[in-house]
Design a protein around this ligand. Structure first.
Ligand code: ATP
Ligand code: MG
Length: 418
């Protein structure tokens, strides 16, 4: 992408009402646009980041047997009444609307009910199970407070997976696989070292659910971490009998603020029994399907990455998340040879499938560097009169600042190693 053609502009300051670091940096760098509190648009760079996150999650969900679907965001009240979740006193984040004939409709805040009812049409016998379906779908939630930038939207993209199993053991086995898949996602997203599997209340149907909580001062949650065991508990778990059953001691737990980047639940036969989602077991007996659900907020994760991986100058994207791998910066001062060289380098990278942003704009070096720092692409390639006469390209790492002069013939090797 030639930066002269990119319609987004960087800006020196964020809107006054935007208090979070994630939205401030993302707005300033041109990744997102703020419509109103809790409502954001994703612009070309931001869209590419979301697509990279989607790709990672998709690969990890496919690897554990997930089948991708896409359910409607418009929801039938009847199934929500069946599970007693239509009433605003039960679910307090509903956006509801009406058809022309005055009948009610919900804008999906989650998809347990429609997913379970859909699956009933396709599951009849024990041979049809287990099955796993997931989607990337827009959720609408009328959140009371939306003060965490893209980490708490009133409309947001969620990956939600649902597991349909014959019995508890089958659910347990899949749940453990999902935990590992989630760990892989957060590792690849660059926040694995700060993200803890966190015991949370499971409601009435299983002892616990699990949150994936990322340590961060900008987080809305509070957790208590046992660094040695690599696990944490949330506030609701800080009771002596619970801590004992988890084998952790109050004295060794360290309190920290955190961001809930993911959440997984074992529902057992909650929802499926109410909705009549059953299968015939080996004896021909009707049994309720055993259900689980597994969520990750893509915007929440993107915001968490920005909160954790940025410095005074801007964002520092991890490799797999970055909108582009390389950022070519031509400092020509009108020198045609520099422009030709930079154009050649851009073609070379393109030919090797390296996603590149090419700053071909007619701007001062200082402005280009400041924009590049703000945007946060992992590797910067500087082409100038100076680098030409030294016989190469200056390669600068965004994360470490390390600078090396690399000859053009070696540049592809340098960019594709590791
Ligand atoms: P929270 O406790 O933060 O309100 P939740 O427990 O209601 O979230 P879930 O229903 O478990 O959220 O949703 C699964 C995942 O979706 C969460 O772990 C989070 O990553 C993401 N998520 C939830 N609400 C939002 C939101 N308003 N904006 C962005 N992402 C969200
Ligand atoms: Mg949650």
């Amino acid at each position: 992408m030639r930066q002269s053609q990119l319609f987004t502009k960087t800006r020196k300051s964020a809107p006054k009402d935007e208090v979070t670091k994630n939205a401030q940096l993302l707005i300033r760098a041109g990744y997102i646009h703020k419509e109103m509190a809790g409502v954001y648009d994703y612009l070309p760079l931001g869209f590419r980041v979301i697509e990279n996150i989607r790709k990672i999650i998709r690969e990890e969900m496919n690897a554990i047997g997930g089948q991708e679907v896409s359910l409607s965001a418009l929801q039938d009240p009847e199934i929500w009444k069946a599970t007693d979740r239509w009433d605003d006193s039960k679910v307090d984040v509903w956006f509801k609307t009406k058809l022309k004939n005055d009948s009610e409709l919900g804008l999906g805040c989650t998809h347990e009910e429609p997913m379970a009812r859909m699956m009933q049409e396709h599951v009849s016998s024990y041979r049809d199970l287990p099955r796993y379906a997931y989607q990337f779908q827009t959720k609408f939630r009328n959140e009371l407070r939306a003060k965490s930038g893209i980490m708490r939207g009133r409309e947001f993209l969620m990956k939600d997976m649902y597991s349909f199993s014959r019995n508890q053991e089958e659910l347990d086995a899949f749940y453990d696989k999902a935990i590992q898949a989630y760990k892989n996602v957060f590792e690849r997203a660059g926040i694995g070292d700060k993200t803890y599997l966190t015991f949370a209340s499971g409601g009435m149907f299983s002892k616990f659910s699990h949150e994936f909580q990322t340590l961060c001062d900008a987080g809305e949650d509070r957790i208590f971490v046992d660094k040695e065991k690599g696990i944490a508990v949330n506030e609701g778990m800080m009771r002596d009998e619970i801590l004992k059953s988890l084998g952790v001691a109050r004295e060794t737990l360290v309190e920290s603020k955190s961001i809930e980047v993911g959440n997984i639940f074992k529902f057992g036969t909650r929802y499926t029994s109410e909705l009549g989602v059953t299968f015939k077991d080996e004896d021909g007996k009707d049994m309720p399907v055993v259900f689980g659900s597994y969520g990750i907020g893509l915007g929440r994760l993107m915001g968490a990455i920005v909160e954790l991986l940025s410095d005074a100058k801007g964002i520092v994207w991890p490799k797999e998340i970055a909108p582009y791998q390389a950022h070519i910066i031509a400092i020509s001062g009108g020198n045609k040879d520099v422009i030709t060289e930079a154009n050649n380098l851009y073609s070379l990278l393109k030919d090797h499938g390296i996603e590149t942003l090419y700053d071909d704009r007619d701007l001062r070096a200082g402005e280009k560097f400041a924009d590049s720092d703000l945007i946060g692409i992992p590797t910067r390639l500087i082409v100038s009169e100076k680098t030409l006469s030294a016989g190469g390209v200056e390669v600068v790492s965004r994360s470490s600042g390390a600078t090396t002069l690399v000859s053009e013939s070696a540049i592809i090797d340098v960019l594709t190693k590791e």
